[in-house]
Design a protein around this ligand. Structure first.
Ligand SMILES: Cc1ncc(COP(=O)(O)O)c(C=O)c1O
Length: 377
C-alpha cells in the first residue's frame, strides 16, 4: 500500500521507488502511477514482433501528474512554496493538468501559462479543475511561443508575492519523479532493451532511462522529437505538434543518455495515432503517434525478443478536434498515405533540415554545455 501520510505531510520525502497501488484510493493523487503495458504489433511490426506501450494516459491527467505532484511536494518540503501560495507554470497542457491535481492535493491556486494552440477542451478542463489559464497572444520574435510563455511566467511571478514556478525545463525533480515509472517497468518486464520516449522538457526520457539502467545496464535509448524543434540542434521552425519538441534547449534533456534521435512530421504522427486507435484501441496525441512510429520501426529492425518499451504520455481525448478530426487534418495536409517504412538516416544534426521522418545516430547538446550546467543525474 502507498503510505497515505505522504499526502498529508508537506515535508515528507517523495516515494521514489516502485510501490503497488492502493486497493481503494482515498485521494485522487493516489490514482497516479502503476499504469498498464499494452503489446502493440501490427501494422507497426510483423506478427511476433512488436513493442510494449506504457499507457500513461491512464493517470488522472496524463504522464505529468507524476512530476507535478513530486515537484510541488519537494518545493513545499524545501520551503520554496509556502502553504497556500500560488503556483505559476508554462505548459502546453499535460503538466497543467498535473499541477491542477497537485494544487487540489496540497491546497494551492494554480495558473497555467499557455498559448493559443492549447486545445479548447484542455482550456475548459483546466478551468473545471480549478486552474486559471493565462494565454499569451504573440510569439517571442526568436524564442517562439515557449519563450513568450516563459516571459509571461516571469511577469506573473513578479506580480504575485510568494508565487512559485516549478520550472519543468530545468527542475531536477521533474527528472527524479520518473523513478517509480522505471521501477514499474522493471517489475512488469524484468529486463528492458530499448526505451523509446518523446522529448519536450527532457524529464521523462532522462528519469526513466536513469532508473531503468539500474536493472538493464545495456539499455538503448531512442529520443523522439518533432520536425521544427530546436532541442537536438535543428533550426527552430513552426511546429504543429504539441507536447514533444521545443524552441529552446531545456537543461533537463540528458543528451548523453540518447543513442539516437528521430524527428517526426505531423502527418506521420497522425497516421500512427489513427492506426493505433483502429487496431489497438489505445491511442493518444502527437507524441504517442510519433513514439509508436519509431518504436514500430525498432521492432521491425531489431532481433526478435528485443524488449522495446514506448512511453505513451497521454490518451486521445484532447486531440479529437485535431489528430482525429478529418476536416482539420485535411486542412493541414495531414492525410496523405502511410509514412515510409524507414526514416532517412543522417550522421549529424546539421546535415539537413528535417521535414519528414529523419534519424540521427549521433546525439550531442547543440549548445555544447558542460555536464555541470545540465541537470545532474
Ligand atoms: C503529451 C506530451 N508528450 C510528451 C511530452 C514530452 O515530455 P517531457 O517534457 O518529459 O520531455 C510532453 C511534455 O509536455 C507532453 O505533454
Amino acid at each position: 500500500m502507498h503510505d497515505l501520510s505522504l499526502l498529508d505531510d508537506p515535508g515528507a520525502v517523495a516515494p521514489i521507488a516502485f510501490a503497488p497501488p492502493p486497493l481503494v484510493a482515498r485521494r485522487p493523487a493516489q490514482l497516479v502511477g502503476n499504469t498498464p503495458l499494452l503489446w502493440i504489433d501490427q501494422p507497426f511490426a510483423q506478427p511476433g514482433k512488436g513493442f510494449f506501450a506504457k499507457l500513461e494516459g491512464r493517470n488522472p491527467g496524463g504522464i505529468k501528474d507524476r512530476p507535478a505532484l513530486h515537484m510541488i511536494r519537494q518545493a513545499r518540503g524545501r520551503g520554496d512554496l509556502l502553504p497556500g501560495a500560488p503556483i505559476v507554470e508554462s505548459s502546453s497542457g499535460t503538466l497543467g493538468l498535473g499541477l491542477a491535481l497537485a494544487g487540489q492535493t496540497y491546497g494551492h491556486p494554480v495558473t497555467v501559462v499557455t498559448d493559443p494552440g492549447m486545445e479548447p477542451a484542455v482550456v475548459r478542463l483546466l478551468g473545471s479543475l480549478g486552474a486559471e489559464v493565462d494565454q499569451v497572444e504573440v510569439p517571442h520574435p526568436r524564442g517562439g511561443w515557449q519563450e513568450a510563455r516563459r516571459e509571461r511566467v516571469a511577469q506573473l511571478l513578479a506580480a504575485r508575492p510568494g508565487a512559485y514556478c516549478p520550472d519543468q525545463y530545468a527542475n531536477p525533480d521533474n527528472v527524479v519523479a520518473y523513478r517509480p515509472l522505471a521501477g514499474e517497468l522493471t517489475a512488469q518486464l524484468g529486463r528492458v532493451d530499448v526505451l523509446v520516449a518523446a522529448v519536450g522538457t527532457g524529464g521523462h526520457s532522462a528519469g526513466i532511462a536513469a532508473g531503468l539502467r539500474e536493472a538493464s545496464p545495456g539499455l538503448r535509448v531512442i529520443g523522439v522529437d518533432s520536425v521544427g524543434s530546436a532541442i537536438f540542434g535543428q533550426p527552430p521552425g513552426t511546429r504543429l505538434m504539441r507536447g514533444l519538441g521545443s524552441s529552446i534547449h531545456p537543461a533537463n534533456v540528458d543528451y548523453a543518455a540518447f543513442h539516437e534521435v528521430h524527428w517526426v512530421a505531423p502527418a506521420e504522427a497522425v497516421w500512427a495515432c489513427r492506426r493505433l486507435a483502429r487496431r489497438h484501441h489505445a491511442s493518444g496525441g502527437w507524441s504517442v503517434g510519433a513514439v509508436a512510429l519509431v518504436a514500430g520501426w525498432a521492432a521491425r529492425t531489431m532481433p526478435p525478443g528485443t524488449r522495446i518499451v514506448a512511453v505513451f504520455p497521454d490518451g486521445p481525448f484532447r486531440y479529437l478536434g485535431t489528430v482525429y478530426d478529418d476536416a482539420w487534418c485535411e486542412q493541414h495536409g495531414l492525410l496523405g498515405g502511410p509514412p515510409p517504412q524507414e526514416p532517412r538516416t543522417v550522421r549529424s544534426y546539421d546535415e539537413c533540415r528535417a521535414t519528414s521522418w529523419t534519424r540521427c545516430t549521433e546525439v550531442v547538446d547543440p549548445l555544447r554545455r558542460s555536464p555541470d550546467v545540465l541537470v545532474a543525474r
